[in-house]
Design a protein around this ligand. Structure first.
Ligand code: EPZ
Length: 418
């Protein structure tokens, strides 16, 4: 099976661009089911999850084309409201298609998304919200069968008990062509929501985002348009962690500093010199990183859960002990066992991880346990003594576009073999 071989010890230096955001392009691809005509998404990252979404859109009957990082989708001929089990299993986040499927077809049939490496991934908030907008949803034998008795969603007020990103996106996709007005209270504030709203608004939707409240006035018809996918803030955090842990200095371009406003201070706290510019950020790392006294992940604008793993990996070589508290997912620390194989000293208890900095890590054979855990292994391998072999690359390929090429530009010794 293909694996990465990384020889650690090379300072990362240079300039690399951020790519389009995985967590923006997935809901955007679901949204292309709604308008008539041909949608064009620029700056779409080349990821296996994007390919998974395109397979699902083609299964609906959409015409999809990819040219580099430009994706074109025309849903005019779509008439098949089903996602097959194999496609659902390939990508649990395909639940984000449910709202758009019902809005477009009046019905939707798909298997219940399983849990994933991060723990159970419930969708109760999604389903409760759809029901409040008039949907009838039967859950039986692991399948979801959803219908709109009135043919359209009916606008209503939905209050989320947790600012779920996916539920907010799903309900937004349901509301844009609903009959009447929908208000989503305690909605997620992640920038990916604003990116989705920008595309839908350009297609003719009437959306107001006001901090944690989303108000949507339903329209009958949307018309496809072009949209450029926002930059990936988690990818930026990952590469900054890689530069920081190798004592390097680099510039990340084509990114949005505001999206990483709670991440950059952590690098400064670790002793890095960080400078922000309108669409780029520079980081100069110290010879030895300082510890992170306390870091709690929170919904946006708090510190993002996805960026914790790469930072935790960098903290394994910091001076002193770092403490992390994970507030979003139940089991986000599976990867720390793999870091321990490299000599990291990490104690986890539920949602808390205590990382005691060590003088050095040693290369080892390790396995990705999930997407961001895999990123943590890459960060650690870049600073470890000797060569690290990283297996189960399918996790990494879901969320990092051109990982090896980007790190090679920065001076890493990294190869994909097998
Ligand atoms: C999105 O997942 C992202 N995925 C995740 O990124 C990210 O970590 C997460 O938001 C939080 O920011 C995509 O955008 C494709 P949630 P999502 O609904 O929508 C609970 C990555 O590595 N919850 O905000 O699934 C849930 O159990 C991935 O790029 C319910 O209880 O996140 C979790 O504890 C990982 N009921 C919390 O909310 C529900 O109906 C956050 O979930 C829905 C969620």
């Amino acid at each position: 099976m293909p694996h990465l071989l990384i020889e650690g010890g090379h300072r990362l230096t240079g300039t690399v661009p951020a790519h389009g955001a995985k967590n923006a392009v997935l809901p955007l691809l679901a949204a292309t089911l709604l308008p008539c005509g041909e949608s064009v998404l620029h700056n779409a990252p080349r990821l296996s999850d994007v390919n998974g979404c395109l397979d699902i859109l083609r299964q609906f009957g959409c015409r999809c084309a990819v040219d580099g990082r430009t994706v074109t989708v025309c849903a005019d001929a779509a008439d098949h409201p089903v996602i097959s089990d194999d496609l659902m299993r390939k990508m649990r986040s395909s639940i984000v298609f449910l709202g758009a499927m019902m809005a477009r077809f009046g019905e939707a049939h798909l298997s219940y998304p399983g849990g994933c490496e991060l723990g159970p991934r419930p969708i109760d908030l999604h389903l409760a919200g759809f029901r409040q907008l008039g949907a009838e949803i039967r859950e039986e034998r692991g399948q979801l069968h959803a219908f709109l008795p009135h043919g359209r969603f009916i606008g209503n007020t939905v209050s989320l008990s947790f600012p779920s990103v996916g539920a907010t996106e799903n309900l937004l996709l349901a509301a844009v062509t609903a009959e009447g007005t929908t208000t989503i209270l305690n909605a997620a504030r992640e920038p990916e929501i604003a990116d989705l709203a920008a595309y839908l608004t350009a297609c003719g939707a009437r959306i107001v985002l006001d901090d944690g409240t989303v108000t949507v006035e339903g329209v009958r018809q949307l018309t496809a348009c072009e949209h450029t996918v926002m930059p990936d803030r988690i990818e930026v955090a990952t590469y900054l962690a890689a530069v920081a842990v190798t004592g390097g200095e680099a510039e990340l371009t084509s990114m949005c500093p505001a999206h990483v406003a709670t991440i950059l201070p952590v690098f400064s706290e670790m002793g890095c010199r960080v400078r922000e510019y309108p669409d780029r950020v520079t980081l100069v790392a110290p010879g030895k990183l300082r510890r992170i006294p306390f870091l709690r992940t929170m919904p946006y604008p708090g510190f993002p859960t996805d960026a914790a793993a790469p930072l935790l990996a960098a903290s394994t070589l910091a001076e002193g002990t770092s403490v992390f508290v994970e507030s979003i997912f139940e089991s986000r620390y599976k990867y720390t066992g793999e870091l321990a194989r490299m000599g990291a000293r990490i104690k986890t208890e539920g949602r808390v991880a205590v990382v005691e900095g060590v003088p050095a890590l040693s290369g080892a054979a390790v396995h990705c346990t999930d997407l961001r855990g895999g990123a943590a292994l890459v960060v650690a391998a870049l600073a470890a003594d000797g060569v690290t072999a990283i297996h189960q690359l399918s996790h990494l390929d879901r969320g990092y576009d051109s990982l090896e090429q980007t790190l090679t530009i920065l001076g890493a010794d990294i190869r994909r073999v097998g």
